[in-house]
Design a protein around this ligand. Structure first.
Ligand code: ADP
Ligand code: MG
Length: 245
């Protein structure tokens, strides 16, 4: 299979008072269609910077990235849900469709389907201020999925959630990914999260980040809690840990 994304020598240097801060060293990797790839690395290693470049929000200083099939539709989710407080759950999720001028009835029908998919049925008319962190991230995920993106870019989407909620969200995201087969690139600094979700884990070195390890996660799916207590999981976790240190 041909990659859908090819990244070559991508680097980003931010201007500062002493010659520039090199956030991303020189990143090289590819992503294949329908793959779930996690990008793991210490804080400040350029993970968010890399995602922002791929989303077209930031211009790289050097290198290039090529989407094989032309510019894909991209859905993004950040650590904070960034919902519009004056819009209900339903209205937050229909927003991308309003911007695409989809007719109101169709907007509503599609939003309701995604509300069900992310497990928020019954909360269509709730306000963001009344949602828990996990529920707000479900809304953000539904909003990112609703315009049927080819590529999902997730930047520590569960980073602000408590441990139990986070683990519930892993299962949900896994289920959604298996149902819709999106290509996903997800930033995390959690080894457990990466191994639970990914087909492949890319490890970034300390700043300026370079891809230090490209590890295939050959754990069977669907993955359940039990997988974390297997020796193979332990072996993979150890390889990731050694690469990060
Ligand atoms: P990560 O997401 O891996 O924690 P980031 O990509 O956010 O790391 O940041 C990498 C480095 O680049 C950090 O040292 C950060 O302070 C710096 N940086 C990020 N964004 C900017 C910016 N807009 N201007 C200047 N420096 C930045
Ligand atoms: Mg970050």
């Amino acid at each position: 299979m041909d990659p859908i994304l090819i990244v070559r020598g991508l680097s980003v240097t931010f201007p500062d008072s002493n010659g520039g801060l090199e956030a991303l060293g020189s990143a090289d990797f590819v992503i294949y269609p329908q793959e779930f790839v996690c990008l793991l690395g210490p804080s400040g290693s350029g993970k968010s910077t890399l995602l922002r470049v791929l989303a077209g929000l930031l211009r790289p200083t050097a290198g290039e990235f090529v989407f094989a099939g032309g510019q894909p539709k991209i859905g993004m989710v950040f650590q904070q849900a960034n919902l519009m407080p004056w819009r209900t759950v339903l209205e937050n999720i229909t927003l991308p469709l309003e911007l695409e001028n989809v007719p109101p009835d169709e907007r509503r029908a599609r939003a309701l389907a995604f509300i069900e998919l992310v497990g928020l049925t019954g909360f269509e008319n709730s306000w963001p201020r009344d949602l828990s962190g996990g529920m707000a991230q479900r809304v953000a995920l539904a909003r990112a999925l609703i315009h049927d993106p080819d590529l999902l870019l997730l930047d520590e989407p569960f980073g602000s959630l408590d441990a139990l909620t986070r683990e519930r969200m892993w299962s949900e995201l896994s289920r959604i990914w298996q149902a819709h087969r999106k290509t996903v690139l997800m930033v995390t600094h959690s080894i457990g999260e990466a191994l639970f979700l990914a087909d492949r884990v890319l490890v970034l070195s300390q700043r300026p980040g370079r891809i230090k390890l490209d590890l295939r996660v050959d754990l069977p799916r669907p993955r359940t809690d039990d997988i974390r207590y297997t020796t193979h999981f332990g072996r993979l976790a150890r390889r990731l840990k050694e690469a990060i240190e």
